[in-house]
Write a new protein. Structure first.
Length: 247
């Protein structure tokens, strides 16, 4: 997981149809309604998805896997729109209906991260400060999950080889890793394949004196740490540790 820099301006449909829908939901809430029907054609509109694909370099905002060469990807709500739970054993509560079409609340996620792991869980470290309606400020909330457009995930999560761990026991790093499936076996396996390739490149790049092969290896390593590269968070940690940390 790495930082996501979304453009400041939201795709137009969120400002037009999205804002109109938000007004409808707010009016419904004020009439006493607590369930809402959301329009995926607005928050999941082609222009929204394309803007997220571009901002996130076609990667899932959680696991950093590239998405659209194998699946469509989901437009995911950081704060759940319909219902949330503070913990797995908690009952469902009315969600953040007023943020369903909010640009800052939307990310591109792979289907596994979105549908299998995240679901409705949205724990806060201060649950009594939760914004339970549009009338309450979000600014008092302290979400346990890292928001990559606000937080720098690399301050909270690093890697030993291919396995993520919370830096200095970061509570937020730990919750994000554990609850959102960032150590699921298939994902670790995929990252480990990537790690081994990078390690070979690293060994080649360290050759002294340099050769054309070691220069090419270095150029590939330089690309592997860019925001646009798959598993850039892991690659940066591995290179920083000179591939010496073991899982
Ligand atoms: Zn994912």
């Amino acid at each position: 997981m790495i930082r996501v820099n979304k453009p400041h301006d939201a795709p137009a449909i969120l400002n037009t149809k999205g804002k109109a829908k938000r007004r409808e939901h707010v009016a419904a809430y004020n009439r006493g309604e607590r369930t809402f029907s959301f329009d995926a054609k607005i928050y999941g509109h082609k222009t929204v998805k394309e803007a997220l694909i571009k901002a996130q370099h076609d990667k899932c905002f959680l696991c950093e896997s590239k998405i659209t060469h194998i699946s469509h990807g989901d437009v995911e709500h950081f704060r759940p729109k319909a219902a949330y739970r503070q913990s797995a054993s908690d009952t469902l509560h009315t969600g953040y209906y007023w943020l369903a079409y909010e640009w800052s609340n939307l990310f591109l996620a792979c289907q596994l991260c979105n549908q299998v792991f995240k679901k409705n869980l949205f724990p806060l470290s201060n649950p009594t400060a939760r914004a339970t309606s549009h009338k309450k400020p979000l600014s008092r909330e302290k979400p346990l999950y890292l928001d990559p457009s606000v937080d720098d995930p690399e301050q909270h999560i690093s890697f030993r080889r291919e396995v993520p761990f919370p830096i200095n026991g970061s509570e937020r790093g730990k919750a994000t890793i554990t609850d959102l499936g960032l150590t699921r076996p298939k994902l670790n396996e995929k990252r480990f394949e990537h790690y081994r390739l990078l390690q070979s490149l690293y060994d080649l790049a360290c050759m002294n004196p340099p050769t054309p092969e070691s220069d090419r290896a270095q150029a590939l390593l330089d690309r592997a740490v860019l925001d646009s590269a798959e598993y850039a968070g892991m690659s940066r940690a591995a290179i920083k540790a000179s591939f010496k940390l073991v899982a």
